[in-house]
Design a protein around this ligand. Structure first.
Ligand SMILES: Nc1ncnc2c1ncn2[C@@H]1O[C@H](COP(=O)(O)OP(=O)(O)OP(=O)(O)O)[C@@H](O)[C@H]1O
Ligand SMILES: [Zn+2]
Length: 756
């Protein structure tokens, strides 16, 4: 495969296969990246062979759902074993979603799945990159077992306490409780131990077995049952965080009313509706697919995506988004994206990926847990052996303390405390219409010291109107037509405004030859054999056409916050056009909140310094820098970065993409309509409301607070118990209660963010 016709051939053939979801060709490297259903690779190779080409599979990525995997110790268990398998190139764990993405060579998948099974997990293949399905809740399985185990454990304790039966009866009842309630724990623990892994199951198994060996039957039973119950509650509450994002998906209706070839209407499953289909919407109906209005007028509540409940007017040509709600009128629209690729689906996918990437605190905690557990394990060995041998302590007493220490060695609460907070924070942000592309940004948002803002479209509406036209030479009546002819060819907002104003006056543009855009300056072209330019002061300077008279007129208009461009031929300036953009009502308030947070604001714009200053003064921005070329914007951000600040930049991502990418945090505004913004920004603000930035920073602060509380809680209580265990004040019961209690506490504390 080396030429585009071959690409076309392959694409034509593969795109009709239902197993294929997406293709990306790279003719230079002769590679084709295909997203396909699991197991479809041989079919693809055969199809390509039928075209007379030979395909050699390189590596593919497979998403595997592993229901029982939700603790980092399990992750380590899998990764230690799997990474050593031949053909495995990379592993990406997402514990919150319980999904493991394996990058592997084509024949390595089955052995890898086998390894996972041997470790006691049940891997399920996910169907390619299709529409994300709502995560299944933790299976309920065997609640009766826990109930029986609980009753038995209680009985054992009761009989032991009241001394109504011989010791062997107590032991028998307790054994029953341990086996019914804790068989799973033992199984998992054994697999972990075999692999030199000390996960919670291994620790609990040792502790309970130890308790049995020293004759603490009722206690062993109670501890095991309590642990099993707590695990269950914890898993359930984690499901809540896990599904907070997926819950958004429940917003899209399952069916849409689609026009058939014969003109009739039929309700179809949204997954079956193709691009280009025409869909009808009743008033009050939820929108099922992304599309563009073909007929009708209505307002749409876009709050499910933007977090902004102000209804948006929709008529011919306006975009509609799956998951939003049609209000008063009936609409017909043409579908523009498959259900699995709607804006909402992409948001959900992005947030899920964001969860997979570890935030800094989480990495720290994971590292800590890695040494904490083995350390406490060694400590407990020492506690069991050293005092009795060297200090004359009682064996029984110290072994018991050592077993309690094993329970305290569990890092669960600590390890779980960060992801649950981050995920809840990400979900809360998504609900507000703020798409955060990684926990890092949520953690660092509160450290922002400088915010650079683009002017057009960020602070202003980006929809300027023409305010002034002034001829500078005679024969003035032809200038509007000349300017409009040039302007109509450009998609720059300033040109567009001039073109529109002329059109409204009934002026039709002339033919332009040799049209050229001069970035940061304006445009030029030849009309009727003569060359004309339309552009800003910089362009006039380049042409050597500045004069005191023109400068004073420009100064005057620019100081009113207007943007002025001048029409000129090669000899003189002919006329000037001023346009003015309106400030968004929310901008002032947003800037004021940012200042209250101690953040310095800086406006960066390609527009001239006067206009920049005038606008900056109106919104209350600290500093304005005008006359910047896109490269200057980047340089400004870089200079700020050198001053050790945390620099964020907000823009619409069109001419400020490099600066956005370079900043510590890049915010893209009005992302709902633009795919690139969702994909490239660090944080995408779905609507165009600048106040989302202070609210993101507040959320970042709240997340940080909860993270700190959680780590302090988890660590603090562990440390207290560690000390108290060694001095012999803690029973195994209490240790289990403390451990699972803290786990639950941090989970619930993290979930509080969902309500922010
Ligand atoms: N195609 C064009 N038509 C008319 N004027 C233009 C054109 N291109 C640039 N200009 C002039 O140059 C100035 C700078 O343009 P540039 O595209 O760099 O910034 P901008 O997009 O207008 O502003 P911002 O940086 O705030 O988004 C504009 O304000 C305008 O005066
Ligand atoms: Zn634990």
């Amino acid at each position: 495969m080396c030429c585009p016709t071959e690409e076309g051939l392959i694409r034509g053939k593969l795109q009709h296969l239902p197993e294929v979801h997406a293709m990306q060709f790279n003719l230079l490297n002769r590679t084709l990246l295909v997203q396909h259903d699991a197991g479809a690779a041989p079919l693809l190779i055969k199809t390509i062979a039928s075209l007379g080409m030979q395909a050699t599979p390189l590596a593919s990525e497979t998403r595997v759902r592993i229901e029982q995997m939700d603790c980092p110790t399990e992750e380590r268990l899998i990764s230690d074993k799997l990474a050593r398998q031949p053909g495995i190139e990379a592993l990406y764990f997402n514990l919150m979603q319980r999904v493991l993405t394996i990058r592997h060579s084509s024949d390595a998948l089955q052995p890898a799945l086998q390894v996972i099974r041997e470790l006691g997990f049940t891997p399920q293949l996910e169907g390619g990159e299709g529409q994300p399905t709502a995560a299944e809740p933790t299976p309920d399985g065997r609640p009766w077992r826990l109930i029986i185990a609980g009753i038995a454990a209680f009985l054992a304790e009761l009989v032991h306490f009241t001394d109504t039966a011989p010791q062997w009866v107590v032991a028998l009842i307790a054994l029953g409780a341990i086996l019914t309630g804790g068989l799973e724990v033992y199984k998992k623990g054994w697999i972990a131990l075999k692999n030199f892994n000390l996960n919670i199951n291994a620790l609990m198994s040792i502790a309970v077995t130890g308790a049995v060996l020293i004759g603490q039957w009722p206690e062993a039973a109670m501890v095991m049952v309590l642990f099993a119950i707590a695990e269950r509650i914890e898993a359930k509450s984690l499901d809540r965080a896990r599904n907070a994002i997926r819950g958004l998906l429940a917003l899209t209706p399952e069916r849409a009313t689609v026009r058939q070839a014969d003109g009739s209407w039929q309700a179809l499953d949204v997954a079956q509706v193709g691009i280009g289909s025409v869909v009808r919407l009743r008033p009050g109906e939820r929108i099922g697919l992304d599309g563009e209005v073909l007929a009708g007028h209505s307002t749409v509540d876009q709050s499910p995506i933007t977090g902004e409940s102000l209804p948006i007017e929709k008529s011919l040509g306006d975009p509609l988004f799956a998951g939003t709600i049609n209000q008063s009128g009936a609409l017909e629209y043409r579908v523009s994206a498959a259900a699995s690729n709607s804006t909402l689906s992409r948001i959900i996918k992005a947030v899920e990926e964001a969860q997979g990437a570890r935030a800094p605190t989480q990495r720290f905690v994971d590292r800590f847990a890695r040494i904490y557990t083995p350390l406490v394990f060694l400590l407990s060995l020492a506690v069991a052996v050293v005092p009795p041998l060297l200090l004359g302590g009682g064996w029984y007493d110290w072994i018991y303390r050592a077993l309690v220490l094993l329970v305290v060695a569990c890092p669960c609460a600590l390890v779980i405390s960060t992801p649950v907070s981050i995920v809840s924070g990400l979900a809360a942000a998504a609900r507000k219409g703020i798409l955060v592309k990684g926990g890092v940004y949520l953690e660092n948002g509160r450290h922002i010291t400088h915010l650079a803002l683009d002017k057009t479209g960020t602070l202003t509406h980006g929809k300027p109107v023409q305010t002034d036209y002034r001829p500078l030479a005679d024969a003035a009546d032809t200038y509007i037509k000349l300017a409009a002819s040039l302007a109509a060819r450009s998609d720059h907002p300033v040109s567009q405004t001039v073109a529109k104003a002329a059109q409204e006056q009934g002026v039709t543009p002339d033919e332009v030859q040799g049209f050229e855009a001069l970035p940061g300056r304006g445009v030029r072209g030849v009309i009727d054999g003569r060359r004309y330019q339309l552009g800003n002061r910089r362009l006039l300077t380049d042409l050597g056409l500045r004069s005191a008279e023109i400068d004073s007129q420009l100064d005057e208009l620019e100081q009113q916050g207007k943007t002025v461009i001048v029409l000129s031929d090669d000899a003189r300036a002919l006329g000037l056009f001023a346009v003015a953009d309106t400030l968004k009502a929310s901008s002032r308030e947003a800037i004021a909140s940012l200042h209250q947070m101690g953040i310095k604001t800086l406006m960066l714009t390609g527009d001239n310094q006067h206009t920049a200053q005038a606008i900056a003064a109106q919104v209350g921005i600290d500093e304005a820098r005008g006359d910047l070329l896109p490269t200057d914007k980047l340089a400004t951000v870089e200079k700020l970065l050198e001053q050790n600040g945390v620099v964020a930049m907000v823009g619409d991502g069109i001419n400020d993409a490099p600066a956005l990418a370079r900043a510590d945090i890049g915010f893209a505004m009005a992302a709902i309509g633009t795919d690139t913004a969702i994909e490239t920004a660090d944080v995408a603000i779905m609507d165009d409301d600048l106040r989302k930035i202070p609210s993101f920073i507040r959320l970042s602060q709240q997340t940080a607070t909860i993270l700190k509380q959680n780590i302090a809680l988890a660590l603090g209580i562990k440390m207290i118990f560690l000390a108290m265990t060694i001095t012999g004040q803690v029973t195994m019961w209490m240790a289990v209660f403390a451990d699972v209690g803290v786990s639950l506490l941090v989970v619930f504390n993290g979930l509080r963010l969902l309500r922010k």
